[in-house]
Design a protein around this ligand. Structure first.
Ligand SMILES: *Cc1c(COP(=O)(O)O)cnc(C)c1O
Length: 378
């Protein structure tokens, strides 16, 4: 069925095809050209990130991270169960065992308090997911990583233009804090290129190898910079670069990021204001933001009292031709992982799987449509 108010609508700034035409006219449309450079520099300069490498998806960026960390069969990686499959798959592909952690009672993100008890001598990495663009407590996670000698890979797929304020009072962009971080520009995210992603390498020790893995295991990038006089096969790698056509599209989006974020935040605030009375009377709960986290308006969701309430609201919205969606069935109890999981119950993760409902959220969503959605929910 098609909905009058869809869940998502990809927003175009209007410059995408102009930049794509320009990229095509240069005669070089494979990867790592002018537009790739512009996008990568944008993130370094505006968000204090380390080396940035565009990829064809966040999934690819996570797979690069697993290769870079040299994950071996039997290594353990800690991450929330309430997340997208790619967070886990990237490490499972290298033979890792995933040790799933529960979510926080007040927020779907990983319960930072529960991580340390899961660390064993086999643990290699922690992968916090900044759910809905809301920061995990990165001071706590980085402290644990230092104490136990672990790597931290931020799954920042949803976290563009969002921040964490640490104990030192410094506000840092999500994706600039962990040793590595992965972003997504899938059409359901705030800034898009159809499919697309980016690996951020904040620990300079990984920078050179990241570029080699990105370039199919060759030192081609160093060759083009004139640092070596021939290029060849120096390591494992794959084809993780997007074409310049995708980068040109992304560049058009990045130039409008302020405007896009402003509108999304206004939509988020309208939802919050109109649904607040229902939270006040205990009908359901609205997103919680810890004081150290900023809001990037990636998503607006409600956490229902139970599955029945979620089904009732979803059906009511559907009758009004409005598409609200739920997501993430706990990965620890998925058909693929149940038999591999260690059997621990993760009640918060299962609760969000049953009760979290995402409302339509996209640039073109009109205020009167938000009012209509909220009155149906009321
Ligand atoms: C969207 C998303 C991904 C995957 O991103 P792709 O670019 O589609 O590969 C991974 N993790 C999380 C948390 C996501 O929301």
């Amino acid at each position: 069925m098609s909905y009058r108010i869809p869940f998502n609508k990809p927003h175009l700034t209007g410059k995408e095809t102009e930049y794509i035409t320009d990229a095509v006219a240069t005669g070089k449309i494979s990867g790592n050209g002018k537009y790739t450079g512009l996008c990568q520099r944008f993130f370094r300069e505006n968000y204090g990130m380390g080396k940035c490498l565009l990829t064809t998806s966040c999934t690819d960026a996570l797979e690069m991270a697993a290769i870079l960390l040299d994950i071996q069969p039997g290594d353990e990686v800690i991450m929330p169960s309430y997340t997208f499959v790619s967070t886990a798959n990237a490490f499972v592909l290298r033979g890792a065992r995933i040790i799933f952690a529960d979510s926080r009672p007040d927020h779907p993100g990983i319960d930072e308090q529960k991580i340390e008890a899961l660390i064993t001598p086999k643990t290699k990495a922690i992968v916090p997911v900044h759910y809905a663009g809301v920061a995990c407590d990165m001071d706590m996670i980085m402290d644990l990583a230092r104490k136990h000698g672990l790597w931290v890979v931020e799954d920042a797929a949803q976290a563009i233009d969002s921040y964490y304020t640490g104990r030192d009072g410094v506000k840092r962009a999500l994706g600039s804090i962990g040793h590595l971080a992965a972003f997504s520009f899938h059409e359901t995210k705030n800034i898009i290129s159809g499919e697309g992603g980016m690996l951020v390498v904040n620990d300079p020790a990984f920078a050179e190898r990241a570029e080699i893995i990105w370039e199919k295991g060759t030192n081609r990038s160093a060759f083009f910079r004139g640092e070596v006089d021939k290029y060849g096969w120096v390591d494992v790698g794959s084809s993780f670069l997007p074409s310049e056509i995708i980068a040109a599209f992304l560049w058009a989006q990045l130039q409008e990021i302020k405007k896009i974020q402003q509108r999304r935040l206004a939509i988020w605030d309208t939802y919050h204001q109109l649904l607040q009375p229902l939270q006040a009377t205990g009908k359901f709960t609205l997103p919680y933001l810890p004081e150290y986290a900023s809001n990037n308006a990636h998503m607006f969701y409600v956490v229902c009292r139970d599955l029945h309430q979620r089904e009732t609201i979803t059906a009511g919205l559907k009758a009004a031709e409005t598409h609200a969606v739920f997501h993430y069935l706990s990965l620890h109890s998925s058909p693929y992982y149940t038999s591999r999981h260690d059997g621990r119950h993760l009640p918060q993760s299962d609760r969000y799987g049953d009760t979290l409902l995402r409302l339509p959220m996209y640039y073109e969503l009109e205020t009167k449509q938000i009012e209509e959605i909220c009155s149906v929910i009321h």
